[in-house]
Design a protein around this ligand. Structure first.
Ligand SMILES: Cc1cc2nc3c(=O)[nH]c(=O)nc-3n(C[C@H](O)[C@H](O)[C@H](O)COP(=O)(O)OP(=O)(O)OC[C@H]3O[C@@H](n4cnc5c(N)ncnc54)[C@H](O)[C@@H]3O)c2cc1C
Length: 460
């Protein structure tokens, strides 16, 4: 992290007056009495909104600074297709039982639909539905992979961490890369691990890739999109859109935040910037963040999951299942699809690409991505299937406000790295966001809980 030049107070005063700064003088006087704090929250994703909502309810003077022209961050419901609110970022409450987002959704009576991984069809390389024997083989391969990864995790003799690919090598030894078993192994690794964590099997830590905890009870998606949650949390908050934060100076009594629109003063700041943005070094901290925090940011990694929604006039695929799993001809190409027909009755298919392939497709044109997706569907359902009437495509790695989809534990990960990232600095700079949650990273509920944790750190 770079240093910013010393703040010129007269300059700041000028900018302050010209910009109509969000935190007013009257409130700042209150704060000096020790009762009301001026708190700036950077980022209007679910972590920032949860923190701001909690602190404002306690009577603090909270301002949320958001770089984009919308709230929600990686929760982003598209309204492009009337009556089909589609989530371009988070879709599901993963594990509804005991999940704090379930309680929140209940409070606002948000309609939800369940989808299940058991409601699935798996197609082979030629596009045929797997036979019972082939399905049994697939289950056996899953068990082999799980056993192998557990063995590596339990191996006390292992001197240093290795990648998932290296851990799996003994299973692949002697196998032709095009053999059926090798294809099954790569398919499982891609659809179960790369899609879930966003990192490639070369990057994922065999020791720690699955360190996160899970709620039980299956998954549910929102009839009106995940935005119902972020909109609810944002009610009544002072949110400044288009405020791209450039620098955070916490060297003096008050924190000085320089944005694309001016300068904001606060007593304390909660930083909910995505790990990708922190890694890019775009935000200058003065003084520089502690060495151990900088090292954690360097060593942790951002994964990629991209979505391609295809809308058809009517469904030509089986409509009684949620998931269409496809053993691909090339590693990671369109291995998983969700059909919205069972849950919402929309004739929409959503195809996923993650990790290396997820990054690769971001360099392709929309037309090429759709054509590539259609080739997979044609392999299964024949060349006469209709073309989509429309599509929506994400490119999360290129998005300057997230630079990736979510964080994962890469080779060499140490169990305290996320706690180090989360630790407050000098009682002035606090950290939240999915990457700071050791147990529920990579999820919307993890981000939400991290926001509440940072808010409590301030009030405690
Ligand atoms: C494709 C995809 C699918 C997913 N699916 C699921 C799912 O089904 N279920 C689930 O639980 N989770 C899912 N997730 C993960 C979930 O979306 C995230 O973990 C969660 O939304 C992160 O919230 P956050 O508040 O930590 O970060 P963000 O939502 O990224 O919020 C950070 C905010 O900071 C802002 N910001 C960035 N830079 C600046 C700057 N310089 N100045 C000011 N503001 C800035 C951003 O614009 C953003 O609004 C998915 C994510 C993706 C991308």
């Amino acid at each position: 992290m770079n240093h910013i030049p010393p703040v010129n107070k007269r300059e700041i005063l000028k900018i302050l007056l010209s910009c109509m700064l969000p935190i007013s003088n009257a409130q700042s006087q209150d704060s000096h009495s020790g009762k009301v704090k001026r708190i700036a929250v950077i980022g209007a994703g679910i972590a920032g909104l949860a923190a701001a909502n909690h602190l404002q309810k306690l009577g603090h003077n909270v301002t949320v600074l958001e770089g984009r022209e919308r709230i929600g961050g990686r929760i982003w419901t598209s309204k492009q297709w009337p009556n089909m609110p589609l989530d371009l970022g988070a879709t599901w409450i993963h594990g509804v039982q005991g999940n704090p987002l379930t309680a929140l959704a209940d409070r606002i009576n948000a309609k939800r639909f369940a989808t299940g991984y058991e409601s699935a069809i798996t197609y082979g390389v030629q596009g045929q539905v797997l036979t019972k024997v082939q399905t049994k083989e697939l289950d056996q391969v899953i068990q082999l992979i799980n056993k192998r990864l557990e063995a590596v995790q339990d191996d006390d003799e292992l001197e240093s961490d290795i990648s998932v690919r290296r851990a799996i090598m003994p299973l692949l030894r002697g196998l032709d890369a095009d053999s059926d078993v090798a294809r099954l192994i790569y398919f499982i690794l891609n659809s179960n691990l790369e899609h879930e964590y966003g990192g490639s099997i070369d990057q994922l830590s065999a020791q720690y890739f699955d360190e996160s905890k899970e709620f039980s009870g299956g998954d549910k998606l929102f009839a009106q999109g995940f935005q119902v949650i972020t909109q609810h949390l944002a009610e009544g908050l002072n949110i400044q859109l288009g405020q791209i934060v450039k620098a955070i100076d916490y060297s003096a009594n008050q924190v000085v935040i320089t944005t694309s629109q001016g300068v904001v003063f606060a007593d304390q700041v909660i930083v909910t910037l995505p790990l990708g943005v922190l890694k890019s070094g775009q935000i200058r901290f003065k003084p520089a963040l502690p060495d151990n925090k900088q090292k954690s940011i360097e060593k942790m990694q951002m994964g990629v999951l991209n979505k391609c929604f295809l809308r058809f006039d009517k469904a030509f695929w089986p409509t009684d299942v949620d998931w269409l799993e496809v053993i691909p001809t090339q590693h990671g190409h369109w291995a998983e699809w969700i059909s919205f027909m069972r849950a919402t009755k929309w004739p929409v298919l959503l195809g996923f690409n993650a990790a290396d392939r997820g990054r690769e497709i971001e360099g392709m044109s929309d037309a090429d991505i759709v054509q590539d997706a259609m080739q997979t569907l044609q392999r299964i359902y024949g060349n006469n299937i209709p073309q989509p009437i429309d599509f929506q495509i994400t490119r999360w790695a290129q998005d300057p406000f997230s630079l990736g989809s979510y964080s994962f534990n890469q080779v060499g990960y140490k169990p305290n790295q996320r706690d180090i990232l989360a630790a407050p600095v000098k009682g002035k700079v606090f950290f939240a966001g999915e990457a700071t949650h050791k147990d529920h990273f990579g999820t919307a509920h993890g981000a939400y809980m991290s926001g509440l944790r940072a808010a409590r750190e301030i009030t405690d």
